[in-house]
Design a protein around this ligand. Structure first.
Ligand SMILES: [Zn+2]
Length: 129
């Protein structure tokens, strides 16, 4: 949790050096991140949201909630039902036809899933306005 907290704080300070002290209460950290960076360009806000979302997935995996990756569509084929493969430290596609250049099931990092999730959320927000 300390590494996640340090990363979150460093992410804010890289964009907003005078962001003030990060809250000691970890539950308030992400609110602090959002409020200190809400004025930044959309691309930087997406990067922030990706950090927050990826850390949420990492926390879920760390406590054994590997099903957290399941609702994400595979970035290659769009199938829903990824599963966590501990040995690869990646979310792997269930579609037996979805293979990479080595013939292995496509596998995705949590960072990639977070990137895709935030992009999808942004597209939905844009479509709604
Ligand atoms: Zn796939």
């Amino acid at each position: 949790m300390t590494a996640a907290r340090d990363e979150a704080e460093a992410h804010v300070r890289a964009a907003v050096p005078d962001a003030g002290p990060a809250p000691a209460d970890i539950a308030l950290l992400y609110t602090w991140m959002r409020t200190r960076t809400e004025h930044l360009a959309p691309g930087r806000q997406r990067a922030r949201d990706q950090v927050i979302y990826r850390q949420g997935l990492e926390a879920a995996i760390a406590v054994g909630d590997t099903a957290a990756v399941r609702p994400h569509p595979c970035p290659a084929c769009g199938c829903v039902g990824l599963f966590w493969q501990k040995a690869r430290q990646a979310a792997v596609c269930v579609n037996r036809h979805c293979r990479d250049q080595d013939g292995l099931a496509h596998a995705w990092t949590l960072a990639r899933l977070a990137h895709e999730h935030v992009a999808r959320t942004d597209r939905l927000k844009s479509a709604a306005t």
